[in-house]
Design a protein around this ligand. Sequence first.
Ligand code: C2E
Ligand code: CA
Ligand code: CA
Length: 394
Amino acid sequence: MAQAGNNVIGIVELTDEYDASDQHATEAFNGLRSAFYDRLQHWVRVKDECRKMSHNRVCVLLKDIGSEGELHLAASKLQRLFKEPYDHRGAHLHFAVRAGFSLSSSANDDMALAMRQAGIALNQARTSPQIYELYSPQRTGNLHAETVLLHRMEEALENGEFQLYFQPQVHAGYNTLIGAEALLRWHTPDKEVLTPAAFIDVAEKNDIIRPLTWWVIKSAAARLARWPKELSIAVNVPPPLLLQDDIQSVVHDALDIHGVDASRLNLEVTERIMVDNQEFMLQQLHGLREIGVKIAIDDFGTGFSSLSYFRDLPVDEIKIDQSFVRAMLHSEKDHAIVKAVIDLAHNFSLKVVAEGVESQELAQRLTEMRCDILQGYAIERPLPVEVFERHYHL
Ligand code: C2E
Ligand code: CA
Ligand code: CA
């Protein structure tokens, strides 16, 4: 139970579930966003604080909340406030709003901790029948573990414990190095090296994915500046980050600072990008390509791969998922799928990368099938940067 004088930290989010098929959708959504911010201003009291975190997220500090009951009252008012649709040229648009709150005792204010907890509560609210959730440490042990991991990741980012490993990508026909995929590794203080499987899901569910990805992009650009001009680097960009307004400026500035040609940076995105918000996604992808970077569809074939991707998506490269590549030698069907994807991609002037190439036999077969680029253990595992550079005399 909260004591008198407690503060509440909240994150309120306007989810992007709007009908993107309407051609005025983007304009309408921009109106909805500013109405969202305006209504929040009416919700908070004069003594509270309200700060924009991104285009669709606002952080609020509610001061002197006497009890949990008082918070629930405030949150119910929030719910009522957004029940009223937004009128855009006579069309009624509904607000899909979610909020997460954390009670923080003002005597012992740890803002960063309260923000993390509010973020976790917001995640729960996304799948909850009510529009808000209050962080509760008792809820599950898992959540506690997640908060601890999140906190450790924040420290790791600050202390430089993350590293990029580089896995070579080679030209299938000539077996020459064309670049590398940058893959995250976490060197913990107790000398462990963690692969993304241990932390990326938690990172992607929380805000830390943003600074982490921006760090990856900046580090890749810095590395490119030291490598020969014909080499490229691919980085992984999770779909929600493509919805961030600042991705274009982050990418542009990272390349600009190091004077690196944009075509040498490859952003790998998965098919999940097209699940919702298609209109805005396409706009972002077009914007990024205008900067000059390349876009690749990662893990192709594992989502709801659609033939319309070949027609509509502004991409340069398809990465066939490892599962098809690995099964290809033993399964005629997988072999046929790989062949079909390569041929179709070529008809649309897209390059094809096969990943998970674990044997010379596979490399040989893929080369015969006119796959363009190979990546996998048969060529090399992901290597620490010094090893990679020594190995390839960079
Ligand atoms: P991914 O993007 O599909 O990356 C390829 C993964 O397959 C890498 O695992 C790589 O080490 C592994 N791999 C490469 N060749 C072979 C092979 O021949 N056989 C087998 N069995 N595996 C191979 P890793 O580095 O553990 O990364 C796993 C996933 O974590 C990545 O899958 C990617 O989705 C994610 N990830 C890695 N780095 C980042 C990052 O910087 N940001 C984000 N958001 N995600 C990342
Ligand atoms: Ca990838
Ligand atoms: Ca992949």
